[in-house]
Design a protein around this ligand. Structure first.
Ligand SMILES: [Zn+2]
Length: 431
């Protein structure tokens, strides 16, 4: 059955001037087959499932390019501590107690939260990745699920990744994709980074890594290798693959040249950088140099939610503040980071990130019939500056409606919230 979304404003993200004030989107199977202004004319000839888009704006599904999904279980745990004390005394001991079932429940909670706030695709880095694939696949959204490489058993992890990749890559109608995730230059050895780069080449998959998140990291790498984290990673061969580099906060002009040379994407996570007091990434400068910059929330314990609309607002305001330029990072440019640039980061730019004929039907309808959304002079400004994930009304992924009129269809919200509460009680009671 075909689905028709009618009478909605459409922000295609193909061109800043191409915003349709009132139009329609026709979905056939998993793709957009028609999109246009006014009314869809062949209405009487076809059997259609109709979604009334009156009072909404359609945007491409948002793409979160850096998170650790099951860290939803640690939301709000051990707040108010300095970074190393927080990690050593709270986060790492809690994580050590997690089992596969906890991770599955945490991933379900993350998927539910993402659907409800308009994220249709995300890039992840966390343990028990088979269980994450299962939870995300069943939820109906897209997930790029990675195997983390960290610690002494890195060789086994890389080997395990190859089997994991064969099992899961392309599963759930192609909504699940797999990549390898060497954690960071300061938590991985030179050899493990070199071998990760080699494995990614062999499997023809991308790499997901944290780079230059804190000044501490830059100092550590400088002391150990006599160069910056970006320069060091260039030596390991990591950048000869498709790379999504989370954070890129403390980077030099020379580092930026390297990122540009290898088409590395910087995944900007402004709220996490603010909360952990890491610093401000030079996003406007990177964009001006032609570096692809996408957006991510990071894990829920350093944010503390997965709301990409809120993240867009923070990204834009933070650049205006740090560059002393009120025109920095316009609402449209910020929306590009959360859609078009995210798709490009993942190598999926021909499938998602825009609303156009032939693209996958990953569509989010934003409710504009709310007090904080009127009047509408600039619909992109209303979404980025006035809106939040709570304004997401309907979500379609791969042609299937996963949420309609605020009701999630693929998951039982009440059951998931109860399981999370039980799971956390259980984890805390373990020795
Ligand atoms: Zn992270």
């Amino acid at each position: 059955m075909k689905t028709l979304i009618k009478d909605c404003c459409i922000i295609k993200m193909t061109n800043e001037n191409e915003i349709i004030k009132k139009g329609y989107i026709l979905i056939e199977e998993d793709k957009i087959s028609k999109i246009g202004e006014g009314e869809y004319k062949d209405l009487k000839d076809e059997k259609l499932n109709i979604i009334d888009g009156e009072g909404t704006a359609a945007i491409p599904g948002l793409i979160n390019t850096h998170t650790h999904c099951s860290m939803t279980l640690l939301r709000g745990y051990g707040e108010g501590l300095p970074l190393m004390k927080w990690l050593n005394e709270k986060i790492w001991p809690f994580e050590a107690k997690l089992d596969a079932e906890d991770i599955y429940i945490g991933a379900e909670l993350a998927a539910l939260e993402m659907i409800k706030s308009g994220t249709t695709c995300f890039l992840d880095m966390y343990y028990f990745e088979d269980d994450i694939c299962k939870a995300v696949g069943q939820s109906g959204i897209r997930g790029i699920i990675c195997t983390p490489v960290i610690g002494d058993d890195w060789q086994q992890r890389i080997e395990r990744f190859k089997a994991f990749y064969k099992r899961n890559n392309g599963s759930f109608d192609g909504r699940i994709i797999n990549m390898l995730a060497p954690h960071a230059p300061y938590t991985c050895t030179r050899e493990s980074l070199e071998q990760s780069a080699k494995a990614a080449k062999e499997m023809n998959c991308g790499l997901h890594i944290h780079i230059a998140e804190t000044l501490d990291e830059v100092e550590t790498i400088n002391k150990t290798y006599g160069c910056s984290p970006v320069e060091f990673l260039e030596q390991t061969g990591i950048f000869e693959n498709k790379v999504i580099a989370a954070h890129c906060v403390h980077i030099s002009d020379k580092d930026m040249e390297i990122l540009k040379k290898y088409n590395v994407t910087a995944a900007h996570c402004p709220q996490s950088n603010m909360k952990l007091s890491s610093g401000i990434s030079p996003v406007s400068k990177m964009l001006a140099l032609g570096i692809n910059v996408s957006l991510g929330t990071d894990g829920a314990s350093s944010n503390n939610n997965l709301d990409m609309i809120e993240e867009m607002q923070t990204a834009s305001y933070l650049q205006k503040l740090s560059t002393s330029d009120a025109t920095a990072l316009s609402p449209y440019e910020t929306l590009e980071m959360a859609t078009v640039n995210g798709a490009k980061a993942l190598g999926l730019e021909k499938e998602i990130g825009k609303l156009d004929v032939g693209m996958k039907a990953d569509i989010v309808l934003i409710d504009l019939n709310k007090p904080h959304m009127v009047p509408i002079f600039d619909v992109c400004a209303n979404i980025v500056y006035s809106g939040s994930g709570k304004d997401v009304k309907t979500v379609i992924v791969n042609g299937k409606t996963v949420m309609e009129d605020y009701v999630v269809k693929t998951m039982n919200e009440k059951d998931i919230l109860n399981s999370v509460k039980k799971s956390v009680e259980n984890i805390l009671s373990r020795q």
